[in-house]
Each structure stands twice: as structure tokens, then as C-alpha cells.
Ligand binder design. Sequence first.
Ligand code: TXA
Ligand code: MG
Length: 321
Amino acid sequence: MILKNSRENIKKAVKKIIDGEIVAFPTETVYGLGADGLNPTAVAKIFEAKQRPSFNPLILHIASRDQLKELVNIESDKVYKLINHFWPGPLTLVLPKKEIVPDIVTAGNPTVAVRMPQHQIAKALIEACGKPIAAPSANQFGFLSPTTAEHVEKQLGEKVNIILDGGKSDVGVESTIVEVVDDKVLLLRHGGISLEQLREVCDSVEVKEIDSDKPNAPGQLFHHYAPNIPMKFISDISEHELDGKKVGGLFFKENNTEIDFTHVEFLSQLGDMREAAANLFFHLHELEGKDLDLILVEPVEEKGLGIAIMDRLVKATNRYR
Ligand code: TXA
Ligand code: MG
């Protein structure tokens, strides 16, 4: 059930989490499906609800630096640099874990992913629980990430009985994931903080080469983030492929094609990449709801947040190759 933002409703959600149940809640990136991150049985319920392969580790969401110190060993000053610049916000740090973090959270890895979100409701929830909240995006594994409470209800409504409503997520793509081990900074997933922004703070950020057969982030799987109807890049369609089909379009700024679309959406009519990222999953959910046979999408320029957007679009279209 979707519950509007109120003190009472946050209290209800806190009680659920303390009782070892799962709750969906808003963050500035996408909605999360949360459980008490130190309670392995509660965390198992997340995997069950999402139908997520259990080898994929989860992010622990925290509200203070004291909480961070309970969970990880900080061995590099670069961690503090990154935190000072980007927390609270859309940056996840993967750091050497302490004993207290359960294996189900890290999928047996010696590291754990931690993030301090900026969204007021997320903060209030974590603070009131007094525990780190383990949360993946609140969608069925492999499908579109949710940026509204209604999106969560559409995919997981039968499995989660509290969905806290915090309006539309304003970043709109998942957090950027960075691993800091032995003073090396490695980018594992493109997201709400761009590579350029990271490099302004830490001069040596490497982008990890990805082996998509052995991902340690689902974002690294070959296909992911997909709508439940076929999606392709416009440049990949062949002649007559659209005949007799109801086709939807997702454009960056404008539609320069002659294609007879049933429905079109624009990421940002002003051509603003931040707005485009914020709207990406929202428009894909809209298109998913239009009873189409196919969605055609235009690539965006791979600069700044455009890299994170293209990462999602490429993986979504890979599902239908
Ligand atoms: O913006 C976000 O990050 C959202 C919101 C809810 O915070 N969460 C999110 O979670 O996107 P999820 O589970 O959908 O993606 C988390 C990613 C996964 O790709 C996971 O494999 C990776 O983080 N991850 C978690 N722990 C890791 C670790 N120890 N090493 C490498 N990757 C890790
Ligand atoms: Mg996800």
C-alpha cells in the first residue's frame, strides 16, 4: 500500500523494519526496497521479493558517519575526500567490511557497499531505525527501476505492504558506485555522480573493466533495467520491421524521424542532461503502460550523466537483441 509522507507513516515503516520486514522507501536516485541490514533473515526477504539472484550484494544505507565507522575499515584519505564532497547524495562507496556486516548483504565479498542518501524521508527512516538499511532498487530483478511510489506498486505491490511516498526521485538514475581499496579508486557503475565530477575530487579514478559473466554488480550484467516490452535503438531497426506495429519513441530533445509513432516521450525538451537522467525511468514506465509492441529509443551523447543514461539504455535494449 502507498502511504503518504507523514510522521505516523514513517513510524509504521520503522516498526516494520525493526520487526524484520521489508518496506519500500524513496531516495533521490530511485526507490529502494529496504530491510534491517544487520538482520540476515530480513535481508533474505528482499531477495525473495525481487526474485534477485542471491550472488548480487546489496547497498547499506546510513544516516551518519558514526554508522559508517561501525561497518567498514577506512584505509584511505580518498574515502574522506569523496564523502566530504558527495555525501549525502548519489554516491555509493565499496569499502573493506567489518565483521558485523552479514554475508548475505555482501554475497560473501570482503567489501560492503555503503551510501548516505539525501532524501529527507530516507534520512528520517534510517535515523529512526538506528540501523543501516540494506536496499536494492525496488523493482523486479532486471526490469525498470522505480522513480515514483506508483512504479513500485506496479511491480511489487503484492509483495510489499508499505510503500512510503516521497514524490518523484529527482536524480532518477542509480547512485554511482566507486570502490576504494588499497588507496585505489575504481568506478564500478556509472550513475548520478559523473566520472568528471569524481575526477575533480580524486585525480586518479579508473573505470573497472567489466566481465559480464562474473558481475559483482547487477548493473554490470549484459542486460538489465529493461521495460517489459521490446526496446531497440532507432538505428538498429530494419526495413518493414515496424509494419503493423504500435511503436513508442523515446527521444532526447526532439523527434527528427518520419516514423508513425503511437506515443512519444522526450527526456528533456531543453536538452538538459540532468533533467534527462531524472526523467529516464519515468518515461520508460510511461511507455511501458501504453500497450505498445515496440519502443524505439534515440541514443544520447555519452558525456557527463549521458554515460549513465546510455549504460541503462544499452543494457535494456540488450535484453531484446
Ligand atoms: O541509487 C542506488 O544505488 C539505489 C538506491 C535505492 O540507493 N540502489 C541500488 O541498488 O541501485 P541495487 O541493488 O539495485 O544496485 C546496487 C549495486 C549492485 O549492482 C551490486 O552488485 C553493487 O551495488 N554492489 C553491492 N555491494 C557490492 C560490493 N561489495 N562490491 C561490488 N559491487 C557491489
Ligand atoms: Mg537495481
